[in-house]
Write a protein that binds this ligand. Structure first.
Ligand code: S3P
Length: 167
C-alpha cells in the first residue's frame, strides 16, 4: 500500500473512531485518536479542558497531537470534528496521509451522539446545536481526498471502500 497514514475527518458522530479501529485491525496498522491522545497527555477530559482552560487551549494541543501522530506511518488517525478548522492542520493531514471524510445526516448524528453527553460543543439543545454547527461547517470537510456517506453503509463496507482507495 502506498498510503503512509489514513486520516479520518468528519463531524462529531460520523463514526471516525469506530471505523478507524476496524480499519486499523484489517490493515494491521496502529489506531490513534487525537482526542484520546490529548486527554492522556493532559490527564484530563476534553470537557474539563474546555471548561477550565478554554477551547483555544485545546485547539493548540490538538494541532500538536496531529503533528506528532502524523509524523509516523502505518497509522489510522481519527481526528476530532473541529480539527479541520485550522488550515495548518488540513495541510498537515493532506501531506501525511490519505484524508477520508465521513458524513452522515443530522438525524443519524443526533442519534449517535445522544448516548455521550460529554461533548462541550453540544451542550444545551442537542438538535439545535447539531444543526447550527453542521451549517457552520458545511464545507469544512470538502478538502478530503475521499468522502464517504456512512448513513446507509455497514462499518465493513466503509472500511472496504477506504482500503480500496488507499491501495
Ligand atoms: C469537537 C469534536 C470532538 C472533540 C471536541 C471538539 C468539534 O471530537 O474534539 O469536543 O469541534 O467538533 P469528536 O468529533 O470525536 O466527537
Amino acid at each position: 500500500m502506498s498510503t503512509r497514514n489514513i486520516v479520518l475527518v468528519g463531524f462529531m458522530g460520523t463514526g471516525k473512531s469506530t471505523i478507524g479501529k476496524k480499519l486499523a485491525d484489517q490493515l494491521g496498522w496502529n489506531f490513534q485518536d487525537s482526542d484520546a491522545f490529548v486527554e492522556q497527555q493532559q490527564q484530563t477530559s476534553i470537557a474539563d479542558m474546555f471548561r477550565e482552560q478554554g477551547e483555544a487551549f485545546f485547539r493548540k494541543l490538538e494541532s500538536q497531537a496531529l503533528e506528532n501522530l502524523l509524523a509516523g506511518e502505518g497509522q489510522v488517525v481519527a481526528t476530532g470534528g473541529g480539527a479541520v478548522l485550522a488550515e495548518a492542520n488540513r495541510t498537515c493531514m493532506l501531506s501525511n496521509g490519505l484524508v477520508v471524510a465521513l458524513t452522515a445526516t443530522a438525524e443519524i448524528i443526533i442519534q449517535r451522539v445522544q448516548s455521550d453527553q460529554s461533548r462541550p460543543l453540544l451542550q444545551g439543545n442537542l438538535e439545535e446545536r447539531v444543526h447550527t454547527l453542521m451549517e457552520q461547517r458545511r464545507h469544512a470537510y470538502d478538502f478530503a481526498h475521499l468522502t464517504i456517506d456512512t448513513s446507509a453503509l455497514s462499518t465493513d463496507e466503509i472500511a472496504a471502500k477506504i482500503i480500496e482507495h488507499a491501495g
